[in-house]
Ligand binder design. Structure first.
Ligand SMILES: NC(=O)c1ccc[n+]([C@@H]2O[C@H](COP(=O)([O-])OP(=O)(O)OC[C@H]3O[C@@H](n4cnc5c(N)ncnc54)[C@H](OP(=O)(O)O)[C@@H]3O)[C@@H](O)[C@H]2O)c1
Length: 234
């Protein structure tokens, strides 16, 4: 099979679902993953109706056994993995949350989903990418994780999004002599369950830069942070 195979986490709703749609429209074989099988299968059924190439695999990113099963699924069904979009994320801080009233349990839980999940997924799937000397990894970050713009509030989420940028930088450096490109992106403030109804961007706009990075030609940027297809500071 020559078609590129791309894994998207948290593909059942929000920005992740739109990333799946846009990538499938470009004729990539999308493996939509979600922690709720019911929600994931519903999303895949809708894509099926539009004759888009989307398959389903269950995945709670905090469960290492799910990650191993995903890897087995990719090997068995496609014999390859070309791209990973680490989209799944949680925002547990409340709006009045600050450094002193945010429980460390909230920090730990947020890190588990937003950082450790992507970390384990990269460890599991990069070896498949190396086999074909081709890979694209896109980590969904946020302006709230930019050290250059860092303010108060939302400590758990901010720390997790700074940390996912570390995953991007370290991995990009270690893969510098390969054709595996690793980048972070900020989707902007997007109307989703996480972003809320006051957000200013559509999911289409939020997904655009992730899709652009996921389909970047050889020789493209690696180890960078983007918003609206432009590099921004860490
Ligand atoms: N919306 C924004 O304004 C905004 C801004 C900056 C960055 N981002 C980032 O963009 C990404 C997508 O956000 P969104 O706005 O689309 O959020 P969303 O609507 O809340 O969707 C989050 C997705 O992540 C999934 N998820 C959460 N924990 C998971 C786990 N343990 N395993 C697998 N899936 C899990 C959710 O699944 P369930 O349906 O099962 O909960 C859902 O599919 C996140 O990484 C977020 O931090 C969003």
């Amino acid at each position: 099979m020559k078609t590129r195979v791309v894994v998207v986490t948290g593909g059942n709703r929000g920005i992740g679902r739109e990333i799946c749609r846009q990538l499938a429209k470009l004729d990539l074989m999308v493996v939509l993953t979600s922690r709720s099988q019911k929600d994931g299968l519903e999303a895949v059924a809708e894509f099926d109706k539009q004759e888009l190439p989307v398959r389903y695999c269950p995945l709670d990113v905090t469960d290492p056994s799910h990650i191993l099963k995903l890897k087995d699924f990719l090997i068995k069904e496609f014999g390859r993995c070309d791209c990973l979009v680490n989209n799944a994320g949680i925002f547990l801080d409340n709006n009045e949350g600050n450094f002193f009233n945010t429980d460390v349990a909230t920090v730990r839980e947020t890190m588990e989903t937003n950082v450790c999940g992507p970390y384990l997924l990269c460890q599991a799937l990069v070896p498949l990418m190396k086999k074909n000397n081709y890979g694209r990894i896109v980590n969904l970050s946020s302006g709230l994780g930019q050290l250059s713009e860092m303010g108060g509030g939302y400590p758990a989420y901010r720390m997790s999004k700074t940390a996912i940028n570390v995953v991007t930088r370290v991995l990009a450096a270690e893969l510098a002599d390969t054709n595996i490109l690793v980048n972070s992106m900020c989707p902007g403030w997007v109307k989703t369950r996480m972003g809320g109804s006051g957000a200013v961007r559509s999911v289409e706009q939020g997904a655009d830069t992730a899709v652009w990075l996921a389909t970047m030609p050889d020789g493209g940027p690696t180890g960078k942070l983007f918003r609206d297809r432009k590099e921004i500071s860490w």
